[in-house]
Design a protein around this ligand. Sequence first.
Ligand code: ATP
Length: 389
Amino acid sequence: MMKIGIFGGTFNPPHRGHINSAKQTQCQLGLDKLLVIPTAMPPHKELPEHSPTPEMRLEMARLAFEGIKNAAVSDMEIKRGGKSYTKDTLLELKALYKDAEIWLIMGEDMFLSIESWYGAEWILANTGLAVFARDVKSVPVSHSEKLKSLYGTTVELISTEPVNISSTSLRSFLKKRKGREYLSEEVYTYIIKNRLYGAAPDFDWLREKSRRMYRQAVDRRPHLEGIEQEAVRLARRWGCNQEEARTAAILHDITKSLDTNEQLKICEKYGTIIDVAEKRMPKLLHAISGALVAYHEFGVSDEVYNAIRWHTTGRENMSLLEKIIYLADYIEPSREFDGLERLRSLAYTDIDGALKLGLEMSLRDMKRRGVTAHQRTRNALDYLVSKEG
Ligand code: ATP
């Protein structure tokens, strides 16, 4: 007889605790099929405010369980809508798999409260329970004996190495750039990309992603490490958000090693208008495509988007973070050029003075090399000069 395990939950988000225990249960019970079913609305608790949509939870569950053999994620409760009562789901499944043996999989918290569920008597008389511990080493045996004598329930205790995490605590970790170790890479990426739970990306993850996108022979690491240090130092000096400065520094050149066509494709994908001058200057394109990737794939804020967007040309009326990234890129410790020391010391005493000098030096350098400067750089300089006057 076919053995099917049903693992229901809110999965808001699905974490390693869910995955480990599902895998372990599948193995111990010898399940032919594991059905993971995200609820539409859990009957026993409120979904927290600003939770992802049911479709997003469904997608996260798909990503989390996709590598597990014989596992499938079902949208039946989400499709049914309203409060998701387990009894309704079981009735539907029993009609669908007439000859199968159906097991309900759950943690000990659910197990201890099951008698209060809608249709509990029917559930307990018609379904086996596979129960695992969440944060203690054993599930109360007395409770399974009680259910067996009252309802004839078969309870199978699953031995797992508990992962001490809940979706609730994970949601609060994610806001603090923590918790990545409890999630699959795919689910974490989805959360960051879709800006779920107010999650801010883990810096190590960003560094890794950013390094992986550089496909150049030249080692960019000294520059990347240098700009990160410099940007944070400048942010501390000028009272700017240090985390934002670090994020912008790590990601500022993320698309730099892509060729022009690849960069144009990114701009097209996200529907950005590029001016003719920028199209003609491939060196400038990475600021646009990089800002777009940072925004759409790494969920950065508008401020970080702008700091990356304007880090090559500058622009009129730059924000403090924009100035910091522009200057940090110029003066970070691995740079060497005439006039660097003056620019460095000015950056820590008079940031607008440093920006003005940086723009002037950059325009002079381009002229010397016969490169046409983008008008935006001249405008940025004119703006600072007009403010002085
Ligand atoms: P929340 O913190 O939002 O209440 P949760 O982490 O308890 O969420 P649910 O999606 O409500 O997760 O749980 C689905 C199922 O997974 C339940 O049976 C629950 O007992 C079980 N479960 C949750 N966390 C763990 C864990 N760390 N280890 C094993 N099982 C877990």
